[in-house]
Ligand binder design. Structure first.
Ligand code: IMP
Ligand code: MG
Length: 175
């Protein structure tokens, strides 16, 4: 992909400001309680690293790795678990940490699987919400940035496994 085909959509400053706000919201909602962050790999690795440092309540971390079959830019709705949780979540205040919600298939699948394990609370936090693209009814409790359609890369988000290391988020423009 040529560099001319992408432009900064959300700057690192904007991302940091929204994560600070999310940290305050979660800290207020779970004041005096322990939270468990479940990062959805790989896309959320930078987000969870920055968010957890904005939290005041004691926090523990675990990860799942999910992959949805489909093309590079379109989810098929068939979700594969490539890495399971290592810690029990029963009775815990669990917050799923996602990089982006698009069709919602990935999250719906994870949400219902975790719900069966009887957490005390089960919340969803996403850095980016593409709400207009939702195909199943699932909404995040904590949303960093909402956007319309468009494919984005950077700050953990990939295209064909590349560009996760870009500090800002870029919109890929069709050429
Ligand atoms: P969903 O199941 O359609 O909601 O897809 C969610 C997953 O697709 C995210 O966790 C990302 O890994 C990936 N994804 C969706 N939209 C984008 C994007 O614009 N850039 C990079 N990855 C994306
Ligand atoms: Mg993801």
């Amino acid at each position: 992909m040529a560099e001319s085909n992408r432009k900064v959509l959300f700057s690192r400053e904007k991302i940091a400001a929204e994560i600070k706000r999310l940290g305050q919201e979660i800290s207020r909602d779970f004041e005096g309680q322990e939270v468990m962050l479940i990062g959805v790999l790989k896309g959320s690795f930078l987000f969870i690293a920055d968010l957890i440092r904005e939290l005041k309540p004691p926090a523990v971390v675990d990860f799942v790795r999910l992959a949805s079959y489909g093309s590079d830019t379109q989810s098929s709705g068939i979700i594969e678990f490539r890495k399971e949780l290592e810690m029990p979540i029963r009775g815990r205040n669990v917050i799923i940490i996602e990089d982006i919600i698009d069709s919602g298939y990935t999250l719906e699948c994870l949400y219902h699987k975790l719900l069966l394990q009887q957490p005390q609370a089960l919340k969803i936090c996403t850095l980016i919400d593409k709400r207009a693209r939702r195909e199943v009814e699932i909404d995040a409790d904590y949303v960093g940035i909402s956007m319309d359609d468009g494919f984005i890369i950077g700050y953990g988000l990939d295209y064909d496994e590349k560009y996760r290391n870009l500090p800002d988020i870029y919109l890929i423009e069709d050429s």
